[in-house]
Design a protein around this ligand. Sequence first.
Ligand code: HMG
Ligand code: MG
Length: 321
Amino acid sequence: MAPADAASSTPRSDLFARIPPAVSVYEVSPRDGLQNEPSTVPLRGKLRLIDALTAAGLSRVEITSFVSPKWIPQLADADELAEVVMEHHAVPGVTYTALCPNARGLERAKKAGMKEIAVFLSASETHNKKNVNKTVAATLAAFAETIGPAREAGIEVRGYVSTVWGCPYEGAVDPARAIATAKTLYEMGCYQVSLGDTIGSGTPRLTHEIITRALGELPVDAIAMHMHDTRGTALANIVVGLELGVRHFDASVGGMGGCPYAPGAAGNVATEDLVYLLHGMGIETGIDLERLVEAARAAESIVGRTLPGKVHQAGLRSLRA
Ligand code: HMG
Ligand code: MG
């Protein structure tokens, strides 16, 4: 019988032709992870997690959210945490960032000395309403009072579009509409827009459609992928993104996370699983995988439960020659 590769119409060399030599990993566990933990992690635990991540070489870390503490009580210490990180824990070369829904959030970010924030909205109306209590149009109006003033104050702004692969309330989402929303954020001044599979429902064919469409509308470095791993398809989707040339990926150590306003959403792809895959494909990240595995184990002790990431559970020792 012919080997599978010989039977395929795609030669190997073409399949991996556009894979980038290096990618950046944007760590979301202190925000996306801890916002979804049943109990609130004390401030010292959050600092331990953030320090473990930067010690492993992560250079982009989303540390908290300047949202309403009534909506996300787990991150109610955002002001104090951000101030302590920026004053006493900031590692040179590391970008610390935080979610910011409106001008009020921007004021809090400024006070804490943040140099970057992230605005967020959804491709689908119902998830947006449940998440930020506004229509998409009203959310964009709030961003007009946030993105410009942030940039005038020297603060970089990243954007998120959630529910790009599907909405927990509306089901299928039109990729054209989702990418048009991402383009709007980019045109409003976000240097990069992270496309979110909020409920982890995506599979490679849809990913190919979404990312191809995004690449037609946005520069490649303005695109990031934020894949929740609810159904175990995050890495498969990321490989499709890599094959199309995407160079920025969000991840959460240990696979912690979810969205409290997206029922059933599990954590993001685990950072250690992503980095294991990337290094195995010869793609540079600047991250020390052994120290990242240590960070994932520290994260487990900080949240007091076993986390779903696979590589920190399997360990790296058995791979040594
Ligand atoms: P609202 O209640 O509609 O806002 O909340 P409002 O403007 O009517 O204000 C009501 C109250 O909130 C007032 O206080 C405001 O001062 C306060 P009160 O008078 O009742 O005491 N408020 C604020 N407080 C602190 N910081 C602020 C702020 N703004 C207003 N910035 C709001 C609107 C957006 C604030 C609210 O809906 C909220 O906080 N939602 C939380 C959304 C959230 O954090 N969701 C999870 C993160 S998104 C996610 O996980 C998806 C992502 O990972 C990508 C993916 O996976 O796809 C990013
Ligand atoms: Mg998320």
